[in-house]
Every structure is written in C-alpha cells, then in structure tokens.
Design a protein around this ligand. Structure first.
Ligand code: SF4
Length: 373
C-alpha cells in the first residue's frame, strides 16, 4: 500500500468519526481541515445542521447594534473603532440618545438590542445598571449586551469579580451576552494583537455568565494573522467550556458565529490588507459546525462576507443568518458595509430552500413569518 492510499484511508476514517459526532484530537482536526475536500466538509456540516434542526428552519433576528461608547483602555491593533481615554473623538451616548435608537428599532419590528462598547475606565457601574433597568422598564425588549471583554473591563475597573458584575447586570435586566472579544483565544496571538483581556480571562468571564444561567453566543474572528492550529485550539476551548456548562445544567452557548477580520482603517490592515477568501471562510464555517457539536446553532456572518457568500453558508452548516443590523459601527469602520432589510433576509432564506423564522438574540423563536410587511 503506498503512502497516498494510507492518508486517504485515514481521512475517510476521520470523516466517519466526525459524522458519528466523535471528538478528534488537535492533530486530527488539522488533518481534516488541510486534506478534506470542501464538498466533504459541506456535506457533513449540512447533515449535522439538519440533525439539529429537522424542521428545515433558518432563523434571523431584527435588532439594533448600539455602540454606547468608543472609549477604550485596550489598544487592540486590529480595531478601527476605539479611541483612547481623553481623545477628542471619544464619545459616550446619553441615555436619551440610546432611547431614540431603541424606539427606531422597535418601529421597524425589532425585538431587542445588541449593545457593546469599549472598555471605558470612568463610567460607574450604576451607569450600566441604570441603563439596563430603564430600557427594560420602558420597552420590555431583549437586552443582549456587554461581551466577556467588557465584563472583564468592568470587573477590573470596579474591583469586583466577574460573578458580582454579572449578577448586578442580570438583576438590572440583562438577558444574554454576546461573544465579542473572543477573537482567537490563544495568548500567543492575543499578545501580538495587544488585546488587554487574555484568553483565560475571557473564558472565565464567559463561564461566570454560564454559571448564572445567562445565555451567550460564542464567536471566532479569523484571518487576523493567527495560525490554523490557533483556530483549532480556539474551537477546543469553546467546546470544553460548553461541555462543562452543559454538565452543570445550564444552556451556555446557544450559538456560534465565525466571522472574518475586516482590515480597513486598522493598524494591522497594512500588514494584513486582504480579506479572507469566501472558500476558506466556508470551510471554517463547516468545520466549526462539526467541531462544536455541543452548541445547537451556528450563524453565518453575512455582515462580514456579504450576502451572496453568506447565503452559501446556509449549506455549510449554518442554520441562522444573523441580523439585519440597522446600525453597526465596529466592523463597518473596518470596511464591512453590507446592509440588508428583513425582507431581503427572508427572501434569501426562502431562495435557499429553508423556512425563515424570526428569533430573539437568545435564539428563542418569535414566529414563523409569511410576510414581514
Ligand atoms: S476590540 Fe474592543 S477591547 Fe479592543 S480596542 Fe477595540 S473596542 Fe477596545
């Protein structure tokens, strides 16, 4: 038997083990991503999506991304959004400005807000808790706010534990938290990217949320100079955290969203000027679906790859197409300026052969839609 035949047989065996939802070792996943054909990855990921969601539904959300402040004491060199404390271009939205944005979102049929910002060194805890309780009392909307990186920033600023910060926010009305700041959870690359919150701190903040029963989303930002093995290590850390969370009886990650680095206007955009090709993104989308077989939903990031490649992702393991995103300031500053209305997303889902269903940020379904207008 020649070497090529042995390698082919081994890959087939690995793909069989994946289809039985066995977890592979790091070296085996590396072999799969380097050797498997795109069609094999697509087929397996699509089968797992159908197993999780046999009703053929693809979900989407109408919400608004509110970036309450761009002031940040981290200096991540892949970020085009932040301003250092004291910078004249730094801002903090007033409560009234945030109310206006929420009311506009409600008018177009939105169900909640995704609110994130920089790591502000001076905002007091009651600014965050006061805002959450006002928003909950006034509008009763779903509040999907503050990534683990922001929880890390608050804990550091207020001298509190992650659990103490999260309890205060939850008591004030926080419903779920987004997975921002995860990027790649390997400190070798995080140090190079000058990210203040290291991988263990991010995971600890996320785990504290899980243990309080707060639903969260996991993310992975790819294409910002990390190695392929870093991506695998990132997926493994999320898989292990989710396994511990499920064992404790909590839902934890309700979804996973891989997205691509947007280089425009970022300090490292000069050394990494190119966006990841769609084919590579789709391969990693499929691999993520397969790797994270303990997380029920996977979202394709049409916002970073565009709607024409985003719709292809629905056949690569994704069962969610994300948000209409009527406002987004972080990745749009770095060059992703894709826009879609609710009707556009519904049409895309139907054209790809699925049933569109509107959901909330925590993936609970709102209704099956026939005509959003
Ligand atoms: S990515 Fe987030 S934490 Fe990093 S500089 Fe930008 S706003 Fe701050």
């Amino acid at each position: 038997m020649n070497t090529a035949a042995i390698e082919t047989q081994t890959l087939t065996e690995l793909l069989d083990r994946i289809s039985r939802r066995e977890n592979l070792a790091e070296a085996e996943w590396l072999q799969v991503i380097s050797e498997a054909s795109t069609e094999d990855l697509r087929r397996l990921a699509d089968a797992l999506r159908a197993e999780f969601h046999p009703d053929n539904v693809v979900t989407y959300v109408v919400d608004r991304n509110i970036n309450y402040s761009n002031v940040c004491f981290s200096v991540c060199n892949f970020c085009a959004f932040y301003r250092k404390p004291g910078d004249p271009e730094g801002y903090v939205l007033s409560y009234e400005e945030i109310y206006e944005k929420v009311e506009e979102m409600i008018e177009i049929g939105g169900s909640g807000i995704l609110m994130q910002g920089g790591l502000h060194p001076d905002l007091p805890l009651d600014w965050y808790t006061g805002l959450l309780s006002e928003l909950k009392n006034r509008y009763g909307i779903h509040l999907h706010c503050f990534s683990p990186t922001e929880i890390f920033g608050m804990a550091k600023t207020f001298g509190m534990s992650y659990e103490q910060v999260l309890r205060e926010l939850k008591d004030a009305g926080l419903d779920s938290i987004p997975g921002g700041g995860g990027e790649i959870l390997v400190d070798e690359i995080r140090r190079k990217r000058r990210t203040e919150c290291n991988s263990q701190e991010w995971l600890d903040a996320m785990e504290a949320a899980h243990q309080l029963g707060i639903k969260t989303t996991g993310t992975m930002m790819i294409g910002y100079g990390e190695k392929v093995e870093h991506r695998i290590q990132h997926l493994e850390k999320l898989r292990q955290l989710q396994a511990r969370t499920l064992a404790s009886g909590n839902p934890g990650f309700v979804s996973f969203i891989p997205w691509t680095f947007q280089p425009d206007n970022t300090p490292i955009g000069r050394i990494i000027p190119d966006r990841m090709p769609a084919e590579e993104y789709l391969r990693w989308l499929a691999l993520s679906r397969l790797y994270l077989s303990n997380i029920p939903n996977v979202q394709v990031s049409w916002l970073t790859v565009g709607l024409s490649d985003g719709r292809r992702g629905l056949h690569f393991g994704a069962n969610d197409i994300g948000s209409t995103m009527i406002e987004e300031n972080v990745i749009s500053k770095a060059g992703a300026n894709h826009k879609a209305t609710e009707l556009m997303l519904v049409d895309v889902i139907r054209e790809e052969g699925f049933t569109p269903v509107k959901r909330k940020a925590d993936y609970t379904r709102i209704y099956s839609i026939t005509n959003p207008n």
